[in-house]
Design a protein around this ligand. Structure first.
Ligand SMILES: [Cu+2]
Ligand SMILES: [Zn+2]
Length: 241
């Protein structure tokens, strides 16, 4: 593979000299782009092959321990909790559990946006996590970590989502990046302004965390907890009707 990479670079270098001999370097930019995409392809193949071979049988897992933003003022709710991820195979869609509390009681029925942001730096509050993670330079809400809106009930938000575009491996892995919980609702790119196409006008960053690989235990525990919670909710709804 490395030999292939080397010969690829030599080929591209050869193309430059030829071009220079011909005079103007009109095609140089195109060739650089071409070489870049070839090298990226080889690198992706190499890393993905490694990831496939080392893939755990129970799937790859990650955990993100959500903490209130360090830069929040006292009037803002202090949201804490857990976001867990599972990916069963390389290239498979991601699944996630969102389990957050600390929203104000009057927030019932409101929707909060959650996204993956570029940097896993929460040292200066959630602002340090930068913009939405956007490896393909596309508009919002097509970013891999645009998880959308989540309903709050009794100060709590808990939800299982499947079919997410983000990945825990490969060149566009979200591991080491941040999950950010917003105070507002994501307008999903329909806000009619520039910010809508960058971040969905989702408002203040209430809380955030850094995605880190984990074992399968936290996921298994949360699956059980959620099943019990769903059962309790059903029972209380049955009693109420
Ligand atoms: Cu965000
Ligand atoms: Zn986005």
């Amino acid at each position: 593979m490395l030999a292939l990479l080397g010969s690829c670079l030599l080929l591209a270098a050869g193309a430059f000299t030829e071009e220079d001999a011909l005079g103007p370097t009109a095609n140089t930019a195109e060739q650089i782009r071409d070489m870049h995409s070839k090298v990226t392809e080889i690198w992706q193949e190499l890393t993905q092959q490694g990831a496939r071979e080392g893939w755990p049988e129970a799937g790859l897992h990650a955990a993100c321990h959500v903490q209130p933003s360090a830069s929040l003022d006292a009037a803002q709710p202090r949201v804490t909790g857990l976001v867990l991820f599972r990916q069963l195979a390389l290239g498979a869609k991601l699944e996630a559990y969102f389990d957050l509390q600390g929203f104000p009681a009057e927030a019932n029925g409101s929707s909060r946006a959650i996204h993956v942001h570029q940097f896993g730096d929460v040292s200066r509050g959630c602002e340090a996590t930068g913009p939405h993670y956007n490896p393909l330079a596309v508009p919002h809400p097509q970013h891999p970590g645009d998880f959308g809106n989540f309903a709050v009930r009794d100060g709590r938000l808990w939800k299982h989502r499947a079919g997410l575009a983000a990945s825990l491996a490969g060149p566009h892995s979200i591991v080491g990046r941040a999950v950010v919980v917003h105070a507002g609702t994501d307008d999903l790119g329909r806000g009619g302004d520039q910010a809508s196409l960058e971040n969905g006008n989702a408002g203040r960053r209430l809380a955030c965390c850094v995605v880190g690989l984990s074992g399968p235990e936290p996921w298994a525990r949360l699956v059980q907890e959620h099943a019990q919670r769903r059962k309790r909710r059903r029972e209380s709804e049955c009693k109420a009707t």
